[in-house]
Design a protein. Structure first.
Length: 318
């Protein structure tokens, strides 16, 4: 009852593919800031190892390690976790384990459980000693003259960066026993990531359960939301609503879940509307909208509600 249907093709034309993301013209690529595939964790195929200090600086990245500690952490106030014993929040640890063990059809539900916990989490951002200046002694051997403290970053082959963060001292020491922890709330770990020009925060890099916070999920937490569902993103719903308002044949619309796209935009049309023409215009408008281009990964599918269908839950009505 009331199940949305795909609109028919326009007369004389092949059926348009109604995924707005796939309607993009090649000459108009996704702008910067659009969600991208996160850099792989160290040890994965194609990944660069984490930045590690050495005689000539870190092994990855042309600019050396992260900025010095006083610069990296300048946006992080004095810790409110003075009584923290370094153990993981049991509920967060369980949610990470469930996410790591998820099946494909459990991905959305397991991430939906995880994100609210991460948004309120205390994380440990690592700080490590990095060789600064080197001097040569009378015997011709090089010796350390100065060293700095730095927050290391991960770097993918394409140059993108990620910040490692940990839920406990145990998971931090799995990665580097010599790292010093700085306890911060999640949103201030995101400030440190932004300072490092990192678009991903890798949680518990060395396990036992690793999660890469990136794209829509990272943006949601940074904006104070606990869900990465685009149907709950005000920027997405406002942008779609504005496009629908400019299409007089659309009387109502719902954003429904989709297994193949970010969501399905189900439309209730006026009786005299030409469904294929409306769908084509909307698909092109959705694909051209900069807000949707930057916030959606898989785009929106379009579907038509049958006449008289229930429009309960509609986010747009005329």
């Amino acid at each position: 009852m009331g199940a949305p249907q795909r609109p028919p093709p326009a007369a004389g034309a092949t059926a348009p593919h109604l995924n707005a993301d796939r309607h993009r013209r090649p000459e108009n690529p996704r702008p910067r800031g659009a969600p991208q595939r996160p850099p792989p964790a160290a040890g994965a195929n194609g990944a660069a190892p984490e930045s590690e200090p050495g005689p000539t600086g870190p092994k990855t990245g042309p600019k050396g390690p992260s900025a010095r500690l006083d610069n990296v952490l300048k946006n992080i106030p004095t810790s409110d976790f003075s009584d923290d014993d370094g153990t993981a929040d049991p509920e967060l640890a369980a949610a990470l384990a469930a996410y790591a063990a998820r099946s494909q059809d459990q991905a959305a539900a397991s991430e939906a459980r995880l994100l609210p916990l991460l948004s309120r989490a205390r994380l440990l951002v690592p700080v490590v000693a990095v060789l600064g200046e080197v001097e040569t002694g009378p015997d011709g051997l090089q010796r350390e003259k100065t060293s700095d403290m730095a927050v290391p970053t991960l770097q993918a082959p394409d140059g993108r960066r990620a910040l490692p963060a940990f839920t406990s001292m145990e998971t931090l020491h799995r990665w580097r026993p010599d790292a010093r922890p700085v306890a911060v709330p999640m949103r201030q770990a995101l400030l440190a990531a932004a300072h490092e020009k990192a678009d991903t925060v890798v949680i518990d890099l060395a396990g036992p359960a690793t999660y890469q916070l990136t794209g829509a999920a990272l943006r949601a937490i940074a904006e104070g939301r606990e869900s990465s569902d685009p149907r709950e993103d005000p920027a997405v719903t406002d942008a779609v609503r504005a496009l629908l308002a400019a299409e007089p044949d659309v009387l109502a619309a719902r954003l429904d879940p989709s297994a193949e796209a970010d969501a399905t935009l189900a439309l209730g049309l006026a009786p005299e509307a030409a469904p294929a023409a409306v769908a084509q215009r909307l698909a092109e408008a959705l694909a051209a909208d900069e807000t949707l281009r930057s916030r959606l990964v898989r785009g929106l599918d379009l579907a038509l509600l049958p006449p008289g269908a229930d429009t309960a839950g509609a986010f747009f009505t005329r």
